[in-house]
Design a protein around this ligand. Structure first.
Ligand code: TQI
Ligand code: ZN
Ligand code: ZN
Length: 169
């Protein structure tokens, strides 16, 4: 079953059209940006919210960046595997990914020979759930389940994820 953060934080009802931006220093390629667009799309399909890319990082509601080690928020990244990414509860909008991971995009994960390969879209869909206010789920098929087997791609919302987010928005 789905869960929420303590106090059930959520984006306010007058904030249904959110923007997201990427840390300019990361200089992400279009295919990486597309992974995030796809991940936001999974959630916007089931709730009355939209997520649009802003080219102004400082004013974006959701700020996405890749960082390594200590990056100033008291939650340092730890190198390959371990913590992959973290996102803060609403209305923070901070979404950080560990640049030390062997991130893999699209369907490459199933052909990757790296045992440490991590599917970017799977992690992005999960972290956006946190950004929107979902905690972890006890349902193994759910995007918000707290673990994922290595070499796995899981990008489709389960019924449990949909119920949880629709009850929030
Ligand atoms: N990052 C953890 C996560 O996002 C951070 C975390 C731990 C957390 N406990 C929390 C966040 C409680 C909110 C509430 O869950 S992670 C997965 C999964 C991680 C793990 O790097 O361990 C995914 C990030 F589910 F695959 F294990 C994304 Cl998809
Ligand atoms: Zn961080
Ligand atoms: Zn999580």
């Amino acid at each position: 079953h789905y869960s929420y953060f303590p106090g059930t934080p959520r984006w306010p009802s007058n904030r249904r059209d959110l923007t997201y931006g990427f840390v300019p220093e990361n200089q992400l390629t279009d295919d990486v940006k597309q992974v995030f667009a796809n991940a936001f799309g999974k959630w916007s399909q089931v709730i009355p919210m939209t997520f649009n890319l802003s080219d102004d990082y400082t004013s974006a509601d959701i700020k996405i960046g890749f960082f390594s080690g200590d990056h100033g928020d008291g939650e340092p990244f730890d190198g390959v595997l371990g913590t992959l990414a973290h996102a803060f509860s609403p209305p923070s909008g901070r979404f950080h990914l560990d640049s030390a991971e062997n991130w893999v995009i699209s369907s490459d994960i199933t052909t990757s020979t790296l045992s440490s390969a991590v599917d970017l879209e799977s992690v992005a869909v999960h972290e956006i759930g946190h950004l929107l206010g979902l905690g972890h789920s006890s349902v193994e098929d759910a995007i918000m389940y707290p673990t994922i087997s290595s070499g796995t791609r899981k990008v489709e919302l389960a019924g449990d994820d949909v119920e949880g987010i629709q009850a929030l928005y």
